[in-house]
Design a protein around this ligand. Structure first.
Ligand SMILES: N[C@@H](CCC(=O)N[C@@H](CS)C(=O)NCC(=O)O)C(=O)O
Length: 346
């Protein structure tokens, strides 16, 4: 069974304000996979609902042809790789593919902290999100109702800041990390088109999804991005539609000779995301109520996150499946980045 419905298209439901929806739309366009987006606002009438109602939701036919709602962009990206040949968003070299997974995970799971933090911690950002987010889903209502819907969204999302670990202590850590990421990515884009070469990988799409909001929607991080990183700002606009790019195999970097600017990006991942993944895994193992650790010299407290426990496990499985030469190449790429701790003891 393939992921395409009877009309030959991949069917998904999402909204422009959802970073993971944008990640997958850009991926589908780049890969030239025919798709059909049901804007959440158009109602997903007749479509099944997923166990956890997250955006985007994909609808894949089962053996009988009945549509099943599926979430989670990372495994869906891999499934689309298996079912659609060509214009791959995954490096063919297994060591580089592993590095790509790590970057994708960082985009999805760490950069999203910056996205969520800026959107719901600053007045101007709360105001914009409250005014626009509900209008994407249900704009055909009187102004007063739309305004009330905006307040409702804010009231639901602001208390959720604690899930991403944004609070008074960690806010500055998240913001400093976003600024360093921008500087590192800007330096990289001075010479290269994408993170792992002249063609995009899952890591690009993961970071892109969050940047659609950070660079192009929420006013506070948008101003930061524009001031610090004009290339990143422009890149985000361009990655939306890479359907005209003609990638070749030679466009991937050699994992044994990664540019220093990639190492700098990996260094940022090792500085903030690696310690979080380890501390989260420990908290889950011990059944602790809180993840408590130090990130970038500051105290980090957040609720344990089962999903990120799985992310670490997937990364470890991919690493463990590497042959000896690829493992050596991956180790060399990560040497000194701080990410090595994720793989110790494997
Ligand atoms: N790991 C998931 C994350 C998806 C996700 O968290 N989606 C957010 C919006 S971008 C969501 O639907 N949140 C629930 C809500 O806002 O009610 C993926 O990669 O698809």
């Amino acid at each position: 069974m393939t992921a395409t419905t009877t009309d030959g298209r991949v069917l998904l439901n999402g909204v422009p304000g959802s970073p993971y929806t944008r990640k997958m739309l850009a991926l589908l366009r780049y890969r030239r996979i025919p798709y059909k987006l049901v804007l959440a606002s158009h109602g997903a009438a007749g479509l099944p609902t997923a166990k956890v109602n997250l955006l985007p939701t994909f609808y894949f036919p089962d053996e009988t042809g009945a549509l099943v709602a599926v979430n989670d962009s990372t495994p869906i990206l891999r499934r689309l790789e298996r079912e659609h040949a060509g214009r791959s968003a995954r490096p063919s070299n297994p060591a580089l593919a592993f590095i790509d997974s790590l970057i994708e995970d960082y985009g999805d799971e760490w950069l999203t902290k910056a996205m969520f933090h800026y959107r719901w911690a600053y007045k101007a950002d709360i105001a914009r999100a409250s005014a626009i987010l509900p209008a994407w889903r249900r704009s055909r209502m009187p102004d007063a109702e739309l305004k009330a819907a905006g307040a409702e969204v804010a009231n639901r999302q602001i208390p959720r800041l604690r899930y991403v670990g944004s609070n008074e202590i960690t806010g500055p850590i998240i913001e400093a990390s976003y600024a360093r990421f921008l500087d590192a990515f800007e330096a990289h884009l001075r010479e290269h088109a994408f993170i792992l070469g002249q063609r995009p990988g899952g890591g690009d799409f993961g970071c892109y999804g969050q940047l659609t909001q950070l660079a192009l929607f929420d006013p506070t991080p948008m101003a930061v991005t524009e001031a610090r990183a004009p290339r990143v700002f422009a890149w985000t606009g361009a990655v939306e539609d890479l359907s005209g790019l003609e990638p070749t195999e030679a466009d991937w970097f050699d994992p044994a000779a990664l540019p220093q600017t990639v190492k700098a990006i990996l260094g940022e991942i090792g500085r903030v995301y690696a310690p979080l993944l380890l501390a989260n895994a420990k908290a889950l193992r011990e059944g602790a109520e809180q993840v408590e650790t130090e990130i970038d010299g500051g105290r980090w407290v957040q609720q344990p996150f089962t999903y990120q426990g799985k992310c670490l496990q997937w990364l470890r499985e991919e690493y463990a499946a590497l042959g000896p030469a690829d493992r050596k190449a991956a180790d060399a790429a990560l040497a000194g980045s701080g990410c090595e701790v994720l793989l110790q003891g494997l």
